[in-house]
Ligand binder design. Sequence first.
Ligand code: NAD
Length: 434
Amino acid sequence: MKISVIGTGYVGLVSGVCYADAGNEVVCVDKVQEKIEMLNSGVVPIYEPGLKELIDKNMELGRLKFTTGIEQSVKDSDIIIIAVGTPSLPDGRANLDFVKNVANEIGVSINGYKIIVTKSTVPVGTNEIVESIISAQTDVVFDVASVPEFLREGSAIQDTLNSNRVVIGTNSKYAADVLSELHKPFTRNILVTDIRSSEMIKYASNAFLATKISFINEIANICEKVGADVTQVALGMGYDHRIGNSFLNPGIGYGGSCFPKDTQALIQIAGQMNYDFKLLKSVVEVNNDQRFNVLTKLKLILNDLENKTVGIWGLAFKPNTDDVRDTPAYEIIKSILDCGGKVKAYDPLAIENFKKTFRLSHNIIYCDTAKDVALDSDALCILTEWEEFSLINPTTIQKWLKRPNLIDGRNIYNEVQLYGTDLTYYSVGRPSLN
Ligand code: NAD
């Protein structure tokens, strides 16, 4: 099949490459010329395990191209996939400007029957808007379909090549058949449904996962007060198949480009229909509070943060990505700086993105290694569970630190690993040590 993917970000690039790898002819389009030039010269603008190799392979086979020329790529394709961003507006609603602009450009360029797929996460009713924008410009017959994206950054290629499920929302039997055929190499679980349900499935899924995270974080907070161990609690809960053991890891709250924005958007979608989504509002509130538990623990240990040096391991919102959008690390670091503290920070991949995205005061020093951060710090906070960190022995951390204080915001260490150290150790939902 001939496919155009409009928007070559995390979703567009990964899905475009995977469609090419399945034997399709794919053109990835982006309006940012610099990004397209990088990709055409073999440089990948984002980090995602296995992505570079798959791009190189499919470019060499001639199945994958990159361009800024939306008009020609629309004309040359059978399927056009919209994968542009839908960031939050100040009131939490999804900003649909990018999607509408692309629909407009498709309307101008369309030259024959096409299937127009929206992969971006969009509120219920958006595919109908896309359809009406295109119809307003042309008499050409086309179909629209909602095929929401479920990949996770950090394992996006594997998630796409071996999808749990693909959801296809469309009114057209022909489009459903073509899109089912396109996705067959990736999964046996293909749900064909109506457009509005498909749009809702994406928000409902992310809202449910966010709820699971906030739930276990609250259980963790209570465990700290009653002297229980949340790791054991989560283990015991997870054996129940109705609960399941995934997404029961407490920490500093969810971040990233999806959960915060999609939960807010769903609250707004409900609100516009006069439905008060109380549960989801609490999920968001719990999440916003959770990241500040690190600060509370720091204050408990150091008393006053004025002129104290706090080491930070991890800036990305999760491991194996360089994405810092809505990362909890930002607010935690900012609050330490606001309290007069100094910060030394390290992340294996995300330092450059973090520096570019957040302009913080001169009291932050970015280090080249985890060791440099810990050296001479009054406390060390672990904010992202990179494997590199869990391979470092707590005894070594103690040797590096000026004062033996460790706040493990991701529970990467267990009690046994702490034996023999004098570290004052705080984690999430587990008894503190020393
Ligand atoms: P992104 O910001 O990384 O990429 C969007 C790209 O679209 C950018 O490169 C931008 O330059 C390009 N773009 C914008 N307008 C354009 C236009 N008119 N023509 C061509 N290109 C244009 O965003 P993303 O993280 O890939 O997310 C895209 C969508 O997928 C969002 O709706 C998001 O909610 C959803 N989603 C994201 C993830 C994720 O993990 N990132 C997962 C599932 C769903």
